[in-house]
Design a protein. Structure first.
Ligand code: ATP
Ligand code: MN
Length: 459
């Protein structure tokens, strides 16, 4: 052990025995001063816990400069804490200021509103709430890789710039180097653009995922996704992260089993490996969250067909802003009624009308519905969209025709069905929606460090 190197507070708090001459670097969260002693609570971002730093009058000369938010370096001895509340404290021998922090520092209170903090996205990571969220994001990201890697899936990287608009849903951002101002009234000619064609930011990595699943078997992506969602909702971002497994030799039922196991694994991981974060969420964000996750780990998800779900909604007597009829996509109010009020557990809704699902979802024998599945969870609604993919060449061609898709652009996707086509399936989990579900945070803007929403991409 090198006593003269700086130690992170997370590691300091694990130490078993007293130690001399430790170096601590961090930001002051609180200061209490009396005549013969001063206490600083110092945080260095490594953990939610602060370290108590104790100053004797010998060190009082700098005390006026030690304000909330100031960065300090403290050298001292780690001793058993006199007071309650913490095991250890640092008895300071030498204190210096790394970075001062004048009183106009916007984060002064213990608890600011989430709305206020959204306005200062560059500073909010320093609050407990957002530091916890950002550490949690990191840990859950690791769990995602761990889950798939342990099952023999390969992590692949799908392109972020693409010439196909994914699902033909039209919520795309164009990528261009052309200056549209200079073009004036003229229609943009994308053949003169950087890629010689109209390109977009990817709304999904799935189609490329299928290319690699056709070679490696089981693969997954985990990366950013872009959708020009025009409306401001609690669960939509213009830039979000998505996990998209794609599995060869896998049908809809097997796909659903992977989904359920995956979601339960993430719940279990949060409970077992993110105790500090889960206790924080349970205490400050959503009381009972831990219990909800525990019950998920030990329960089974329900399954209902779209058609039965519509009947349930119609018979429910509940008042919906959009009354439901067969053929209509479920709105978040319908999703939440089903999963929160009616079934009161995560629900897999299967066999949607083909018109409301993307062209690649496999047509069922009834000719009207497709082998698609959404996972709905209480509070958030849809967190996963998935399907068994259409592996039959003629059927896919037909569905592409119906959706007016360009065969020339998607020839490579059809080729997958021409040579060695197999039953295959996959799904997309919205990472931020999963974080909302795990944490109980109510707004998707608060589970990502830099949310991108209509009118908001400043920093
Ligand atoms: P919604 O109906 O809620 O807009 P979607 O049907 O467009 O969702 P999919 O295309 O199936 O969603 O995408 C897969 C998953 O990606 C969704 O289940 C959701 O978890 C997540 N997702 C989709 N759009 C967004 C978004 N704009 N912001 C954050 N997550 C999203
Ligand atoms: Mn959408």
């Amino acid at each position: 052990m090198h006593y003269f190197e700086r130690m992170k507070i997370k590691d300091v708090l694990q130490i078993e025995n007293p130690m001399q001459d430790m170096i601590i670097l961090g930001w002051v969260r609180t200061k209490r001063v009396s005549k013969n002693i001063a206490f600083l609570e110092v945080n260095d971002g490594s953990t939610l816990q602060n370290l108590q730093v104790v100053l004797s009058p010998d060190e009082f000369s700098l005390l006026d400069e030690v304000t909330i938010g100031v960065a300090i370096k403290a050298i001292g001895d780690l001793v058993k804490s006199q007071g309650g509340g913490q095991k250890w404290e640092i008895q300071v021998k030498e204190l210096s200021i790394e970075g001062s922090c004048p009183g106009d520092y916007p984060i002064q209170k213990k608890r600011h509103s989430l709305e206020y903090l959204r306005e200062i996205a560059h500073l909010r990571p320093r609050t407990n709430n957002f530091a916890v969220i950002n550490r949690f994001r990191s840990k859950v990201s690791f769990a995602i890789h761990q889950f798939f890697q342990s099952k023999g899936f390969y992590y692949i990287h799908s392109p972020l710039i693409t010439g196909n608009d994914g699902e033909g849903a039209g919520e795309t951002f164009t990528v261009t180097t052309l200056d549209s101002q200079l073009l004036g009234e003229k229609k943009i000619d994308y053949t003169e653009d950087f890629f010689g064609t109209h390109t977009f930011l990817a709304v999904t990595g799935q189609l490329e995922g299928e290319v690699l699943a056709s070679a490696l078997g089981d693969v997954y992506t985990f990366g950013p996704t872009f959708r020009a969602e025009k409306s401001n909702t609690y669960r939509h971002l213009a830039e979000f992260w998505m996990i998209e497994p794609e599995m060869a030799f896998c049908n809809l039922r097997e796909n659903m089993r992977v989904m359920e196991e995956f979601i339960k694994y993430l719940c279990g991981y949060a409970l077992n490996h993110c105790q500090e974060e889960m206790e924080f969420f349970d205490k400050w964000i959503d009381s009972g969250r831990i219990q909800i996750l525990e019950s998920i780990v030990n329960s089974s998800f329900g399954v209902v067909t779209y058609t039965d779900a519509v009947t349930i909604l119609q018979k429910s007597g509940a008042e919906f802003a959009y009354p439901i009829v067969w053929g209509m996509d479920l709105k978040s109010e319908h999703e939440r009624y089903l999963t929160e009020s009616y079934f009161q557990k995560p629900m897999l809704v299967i066999n949607y009308p083909k018109e409301i699902k993307p062209f690649y979802a496999r047509l069922n024998e009834d000719g009207k519905t497709v082998a698609a599945v959404d996972l709905l969870v209480p509070q958030v609604g849809e967190i996963i969209g998935g399907s068994q993919r259409e592996e039959r060449y003629e059927m896919l061609e037909e569905r592409m025709q119906e959706s007016s898709l360009d065969f020339e652009e998607l020839y490579w996707y059809l080729d997958l069905r021409r040579w060695g086509s197999v039953t295959h399936s996959g799904f997309g989990l919205g990472f931020e929606r999963m974080l909302m579900y795990l944490s109980g945070m109510k707004n998707i803007r608060d589970v990502i460090a830099f949310p991108r929403t209509p009118g908001n991409a400043k920093f």
